[in-house]
Design a protein around this ligand. Structure first.
Ligand code: DAH
Length: 340
């Protein structure tokens, strides 16, 4: 038995030395130290020994087992290190290789356009006032001088949350919130944001879209201030040579009300498909804040005056980039979005 153990130890050590690959390690382990391995085999013979021989053989068997375990661990480390050295030496790991860039994405065309609009008005001293997309009927209509059943409501049909709450149809209700929060101080803000309407969806109209509202309240504010502000905006946004045209119009919350057009950026007023051969493009609805609205906001119309305007965001972006269908803005089709 003792000779057999010594022979097994020798055989195991030599076999270990002959190993070269990591994959050979478990094979060796199974053969010598595994549950069905050679050492276990030998130990089965222990029972056949005489009681005097048995303890000695058992002790020796343990020694062989420990020795082989240790030799195995050492060899395992050697082989793993050698494999690592070889891989490094062969250039398998090139730490100078540049990392794979994470694609950062970019801003949506609407966001981009909104930021440019904000920037231009910021230069003119306009702050940004945020107001909610879910509005009361009161703010969206009544306090803007559009009572229930007023025919002007037809221009702003929308989605109702309940009988008193709507998805706002324009950014104008923000005027009321802003005035109520700031009276009796002067105001110069823009109110950018998403609006909703119950619309037939076509290449020119979506049920959701962005608007930028403007509001200035102060002493002696006149319609020429409004026109000057809009001219400055049009020139910064669409080119220094832009000219404006003012038409009279009607909105319940302004008096007088106007529509502001600018000469077509494509044909410069000559007439083309984009401006429907009129030479002009609509920029904004606007006007002097109606006395009723001023009063609803907490300002005395005898003392205060103000102008307001509301403009679209997607349409001018469409003009600039030759986009023919507003629905692309909301389809989330990367082939479209990645172009801008
Ligand atoms: N709220 C109007 C709309 O959505 C646009 C508008 C017109 C806003 C005149 C104004 C304004 O502030 O003075 O059609």
């Amino acid at each position: 038995m003792l000779e057999a153990l010594a022979a097994l130890e020798k055989e195991g050590q030599e076999a270990l030395k002959a190993l070269r690959e990591e994959s050979e390690l478990p094979v060796w382990y199974r053969e010598f130290l595994g549950r069905k391995g050679k050492l276990t085999d030998l130990l089965r013979g222990l029972g056949a020994l005489s009681p005097e021989e048995r303890p000695k053989a058992g002790q020796r068997a343990n020694e062989v087992k420990t020795a082989l375990e240790e030799a195995f661990a050492t060899r395992q480390t050697e082989i793993k290190n050698a494999a690592m050295e070889a891989s490094l030496a062969s250039g398998g790991l090139d730490i100078t290789l540049p990392g794979r860039p994470v694609s950062p994405g970019h801003l949506h065309l609407s966001t981009h356009t909104l930021r440019r609009i904000r920037e231009i008005f910021a230069e003119m001293g306009f702050q940004v006032y945020d107001s909610p997309e879910v509005e009361t009927d009161e703010n969206n209509f009544e306090l803007l001088n559009i009572p229930p059943y007023h025919p002007a409501r037809d221009m702003w049909d929308t989605f109702w949350v309940n009988e008193q709450v709507v998805m706002r149809t324009h950014t104008s209700p923000g005027q009321i919130r802003c005035m109520r929060e700031n009276h009796p101080h002067p105001i110069r803000v823009i109110l950018p944001g998403k609006c909703y309407r119950y619309e037939q969806i076509t290449p020119r109209s979506e049920h959701q879209f962005y608007q930028v509202e403007g509001l200035a309240i102060g002493h002696n504010i006149r319609i020429t201030d409004l026109i000057g502000t809009m001219r400055e905006f049009a020139r910064k946004m669409h080119g220094e040579e832009r000219r404006l045209r003012i038409r009279s119009s009607y909105f319940p919350f302004t008096e007088p009300s106007i529509e502001i057009d600018m000469d077509c950026i494509l044909c410069v007023g000559k007439g083309c498909r984009v401006c429907k051969h009129t030479g002009w493009l609509e920029v904004a609805g606007a006007g002097m804040v109606h006395p009723v609205v001023l009063r609803n906001g907490g300002y005395d119309p005898e003392e205060w005056s103000g102008f307001a305007f509301g403009m679209g965001v997607e349409r001018p972006a469409m003009l600039h980039h030759g986009i023919e269908d507003i629905r692309f803005f909301y389809n989330n089709d990367l082939r479209f979005l990645q172009q801008f």
